[in-house]
Design a binder for this molecule. Structure first.
Ligand SMILES: [Zn+2]
Ligand SMILES: [Zn+2]
Length: 443
């Protein structure tokens, strides 16, 4: 196999030399006006991140203690809106029902960059013993269950509130506009698309967008991947219809249990035999198989449900087509029928390659003394992908596992034991604020 091209060869050569020459002529690197201005800007940004940190921790604990499910984030939204108004931003509330948008116009003209945080929690009963642990309860499908920020979106909201305060303090130096997007219902049914439909990327027209997600990696490390990063997720339902008969006389009907079983096995051959897995990995999982009420009655119908994960649009369509053909033809072969429904799901979270390459120095600076890691493909999905379908975007992972623990053994997102080390919070604030400042400053 050919060895991959060194990444330095793939990137356009930066125009450093003339700048450096000019700096030397002017009497040294730091005395170059642009370099000096940029290091002054970063020093001020770092100072403001330190100053706001105690507030970020307090907001995060408060939001953690009061988690709200998707499209019910009214308390969180009110907290965010009051904060943004206090900073003097233009604030829009009720965007896509519970979303909040803040617009910060910098002192100098320039482009527009958006920063996004999701606000919703999950129906999970918290088992982490924290002084600010959630005791909120709710009823889901008739079952009483706790509500918890088990995906860590409490951290995202607090981090973006902190970044807003940092950037509002630097308004005069900002070369352009920053749009702060606080989004509902990422965990489903999805708040990004309705926010886009409500115009969050239009007026002012957003040129690039950044977001982050807390993740079980060493606290403070940032993980990034160019191109596809997280999967497209689509769920499917297959209704298999046979004909009811007595369990002792299967020849008198059409057994949908057997047809459904054949379909489950047939679906296993899509990824293993029919798609080019050297181009992209993919997953087809059947997670529900429902039918029948009694051991001696063959039912009329069974319903299968599952999920599809892909990293490429064409491959996704190929898998959709193969699922439909496999289910329908298998059912027909056995004398039954199958109806296939595939939902629209979330698209691939795809980091714009030139943008990601351009922002790497910014990530590196914001993360120091911690590391920027290269990410593997993640088979989870994110509706940040909808923003990236409209404008170039970059989505990174922020490690939150205490550095004295093994991150590979840490509880994953959505676990009742999910835990976020607060030492990562200032790194998150510095990352989002730096991405905005540096993006706007780069011509
Ligand atoms: Zn999640
Ligand atoms: Zn999440």
């Amino acid at each position: 196999m050919p060895s991959p091209m060194p990444s330095s060869l793939r990137r356009p050569a930066p125009l450093r030399r003339p700048l450096l020459l000019a700096a030397i002529v002017a009497g040294g690197l730091t005395s170059h006006p642009a370099a000096a201005q940029s290091s002054r800007l970063h020093a001020e940004l770092d100072r403001r991140v330190t100053e706001v940190n105690a507030k970020v921790i307090a907001w995060r604990r408060d939001i953690h203690r009061h988690p709200e499910l998707g499209f019910q984030e009214t308390r969180t939204a009110a907290l965010v809106a009051a904060h943004l108004q206090g900073l003097g931003l233009e604030v829009r509330t009720g965007v896509a029902r519970t979303g909040v948008v803040g617009i910060l116009r910098g002192g100098k003209p320039g482009r527009t960059v958006a920063l996004r945080a999701d606000m919703d929690a999950l129906p999970v009963t918290e088992l982490v013993d924290l002084p600010f642990k959630s005791t909120v309860r709710t009823t889901v499908r008739g079952q009483e269950v706790g509500v918890m920020h088990a995906c860590g979106h409490d951290n995202h909201v607090a981090i973006l509130m902190g970044a807003a305060e940092v950037l509002a303090g630097m308004r005069a130096q900002l070369e352009g506009t920053v749009v702060f997007i606080f989004q509902p219902a990422e965990e489903g049914p999805g708040g990004a698309l309705p926010m886009i439909r409500d115009g969050v990327l239009d007026n002012p027209k957003v040129d690039a967008i950044f977001g982050l997600h807390v993740w079980p990696e060493p606290a403070g490390d940032i993980t990034v991947r160019e191109g596809p990063s997280m999967a497209a997720s689509n769920s499917f339902t297959i209704t298999v219809r046979g004909r009811q008969t007595h369990g002792s006389a299967p020849w008198g009907g059409v057994d949908p249990i057997v047809l459904g079983s054949q379909i489950v096995l047939g679906l296993q051959t899509i990824v293993s035999r029919q798609v080019d897995i050297t181009a992209n990995p993919a997953i087809v999982t059947v997670a529900m198989f429902n039918g029948g009420v009694r051991s001696n009655i063959i039912p009329d119908t069974v319903v299968l449900e599952g999920t599809i994960r892909t990293f490429d649009r064409a491959q996704r369509q190929q898998i959709f087509d193969r699922i439909a053909i496999t289910a329908k033809q298998t059912a027909i072969a056995g004398g039954g029928t199958a109806e296939v429904r595939i939902d629209s799901g979330y698209p691939v979270t795809r980091n714009d390659v030139p943008l990601t390459q351009r922002m790497r120095p910014s990530l590196k600076r914001a993360t120091a003394p911690y590391r920027v890691r290269e990410g593997a493909l993640v088979t989870g999905a994110e509706d940040f992908s909808y923003f990236q379908e409209r404008v170039p975007g970059m989505f990174v992972f922020l490690g939150v596992t205490p550095r004295d623990q093994d991150a590979s053994k840490a509880a994953k997102n959505h676990s009742p034991y999910f835990f976020a080390d607060e030492s990562a919070l200032p790194v998150g604030v510095r990352t989002l604020a730096s991405l905005a400042v540096d993006y706007l400053a780069t011509k």
